[in-house]
Every structure is written in C-alpha cells, then in structure tokens.
Design a protein around this ligand. Structure first.
Ligand code: RB5
Length: 150
C-alpha cells in the first residue's frame, strides 16, 4: 500500500512520530508530502499535496495532520474523490473505513496523544470498507461532487 502523509507546522512533530510508527507495517510505502519543519505554513497547501497524491498520484490512502485536524480535512475534501475523515478515537477511525470508505485519515496534534494517533493509524490501515448499504451512500457523495464539478 502506498500512503501519502502530510501536515502543517502544528502537525510536524506528530507526523514524524507517525512516519516512524509506519515502519512497523509490512508493505506500506510512505510518501512524505511535507511540511518539513515547524516553520509556519498554510494547511490547505499541504492538504492539497496529500489529496492530489491520493486522487491522482497513485497513493492508495493518506494521512493528514494539523492542530485540530479540522482545517486540513476540510481542504482535502475539496479535491474530487477524496473522503477525508477527522478522527479522534479508535471507534471513529474504524467507522470512517467501514461505513465511509475514507481514503484519508485526519487528526489534530493538539487534540490527541501520540499513542492515540498510533491507534488511529493502525485501525485506519487495517479496516476494510463494509460495502452493502454503505456503498450506495458513498456513491451518493460522489454524485453530489459531480453535480457541482464543471
Ligand atoms: C495552526 O495554528 C492551526 O490553525 C491549524 O493547524 C489547524 O488547526 C487548522 O484547522
């Protein structure tokens, strides 16, 4: 699995921790989209890099981190085909895969601990989409996108 990861300055340290943790997963290839320091940057720029890597650049999934996970997930969700979920715990990380087929996991470095981040990442990577009635709902999300994409 190819995984794109990105963050703003607020997520920089947690992103490094997550990249280290990802070494424990066999077959996961990581593309680090930045940012590469704690110097202040704008989270939409990093959201776009990861979202484009997932939507058009061959990455299977993505992880994005800002202070709250809110801004970076809102921005990523503007890219067609992206379903980015801002998660806080193991339950939401599992549900975003099972019910929503989320292709990007978002979280906030100022909201969750490193330990919780690792738990979210593991759950996100190891949980499959349940399909069935959820497939229809995910397709309806894509229809909304098409309606407003020229
Ligand atoms: C940066 O201070 C902060 O606004 C950003 O990381 C994020 O939390 C935005 O949603």
């Amino acid at each position: 699995m190819k995984l794109a990861i990105g963050c703003d300055h607020a997520g920089y340290e947690l992103k490094n921790e997550v990249i280290d943790y990802l070494k424990e997963f066999e077959g996961v290839e990581v593309e680090d989209c930045g940012t590469y320091s704690t110097e202040s940057v704008d989270y939409p720029d990093l959201a776009l890099k990861v979202a484009e890597a997932v939507a058009f650049g061959g990455a299977d999934r993505g992880i994005i981190i800002c202070g709250t996970g809110i801004g970076i997930s809102i921005a990523a969700n503007k890219v067609p085909g992206i379903r980015a979920a801002n998660c806080h715990d193991k339950y939401t990380a599992r549900m975003c895969r099972e019910h929503n087929d989320a292709n990007i996991l978002a979280f906030g470095s100022r909201v969750i601990s490193g330990e919780t981040a690792r738990e979210l990442v593991k759950t996100f990577l190891e949980t499959d989409f349940a399909g069935g009635r959820h497939q229809r709902r995910v397709e309806k999300i894509a229809e909304i996108e098409k309606k407003y994409t020229k």
